[in-house]
Every structure is written in structure tokens, then in C-alpha cells.
Ligand binder design. Sequence first.
Ligand code: ADP
Length: 174
Amino acid sequence: MSERISVMQGDITRVDVDVIVNAANSSLMGGGGVDGAIHRAAGPALLAACKQIVQQQGECATGHAVITEAGNIPVKAIIHTVGPVWHGGERHEAELLEQAYRNCLDLAAANGYRTIAFPAISTGVYGYPKEQAARIAVDVVYKYIGIRPLPEEVVFVCFDEENTRIYQQYLTQL
Ligand code: ADP
């Protein structure tokens, strides 16, 4: 396993990294799950920053990512990405999930951030099968950092035990 990748179970708003990733929806207006937790912890400054982005460039398409300030969360920035809704696998879900992870890594690197934490994008309300989503997440990150200096460290923050076990198992196989 790469020493630059780790997995932990917990709340992503409490992880000590440069930048955390939010599994947002296209409106960037907050919602349930990790999105709700991040907006609650960050406070109104985050919603204001998201509104400004939507006003300037429209909604965030699936697979794309944008970066904002972090409000009251003690990290340097938040990257919001929109993962695909699972429709059975025939609507480019895998490609879109890969794209979401890659765009987050690109944004973190472009801003010079060294450490980044990801939630298990799309595996909550969006219904992506957890094993398949974990495999994509780990593969994209592993390939990415294998050829680039930044980000130096990537943490997968799992909220539930099932995802934690799946990620741990897959990471030890690397
Ligand atoms: P999506 O709409 O992309 O499926 P969700 O927020 O519903 O987004 O779920 C994505 C993942 O985030 C799920 O695995 C869920 O268990 C997890 N999650 C929920 N709250 C938190 C949190 N505070 N920190 C980290 N992960 C979280």
C-alpha cells in the first residue's frame, strides 16, 4: 500500500488536512449527508461562497469540481464535487465518478495543497454500490499520486463501518 494513502472512520469536518472534499449536488446549496454536515460546520460563509460560484458560472455539472473557502472548518479550503447518481451502471457512472475524483485532485494540486480528505462520493443518497465506488476512488488516487508530487497525502474518510472495511481491504491489496 502506498504510504501516501490512508483510510479512517469518522466525520470529515474534523479531519486535519489542507482541503476536504464535499460530495455536493449540482445546485451547491447544501443538502443531506456529508454535504449537510459540511455546511453546518462551515456556517453561512460557505453557502455565500457557493451561491457566488453558481451566479458566476452556473450549477456544477456531474463529475466537475469547484473550490471555496472553508468558513468555520479549520482547513484551508473545500472542494465541492458532484458524483453521479447510480442508475445501474449503464449511464457512464464509473467514468463520471473517476472524473469527480480526478478533478478534485487537480484542483488541490493546482492550489498547492499537500493533504486532502475524500468522503465516499456517491455512496449515500446517490446509491453507488460501495465496493465499486471504493475501487474507483482508490485506483484513481493511486494512479494520480504515482505520477505527481501533489497532493502528498490522501485520506479516505469513511462514515460507516461497511465503507471503512471495504476501503481497508482494498488498500491492503495494493
Ligand atoms: P452522495 O449524494 O454523493 O451519495 P451522501 O452525503 O449521501 O452523498 O453520502 C456520501 C458518503 O458520505 C456516504 O458514504 C455517507 O455515509 C458519508 N457521510 C455522511 N456524513 C459524513 C461525514 N460527516 N463525514 C464523512 N462522510 C460522511
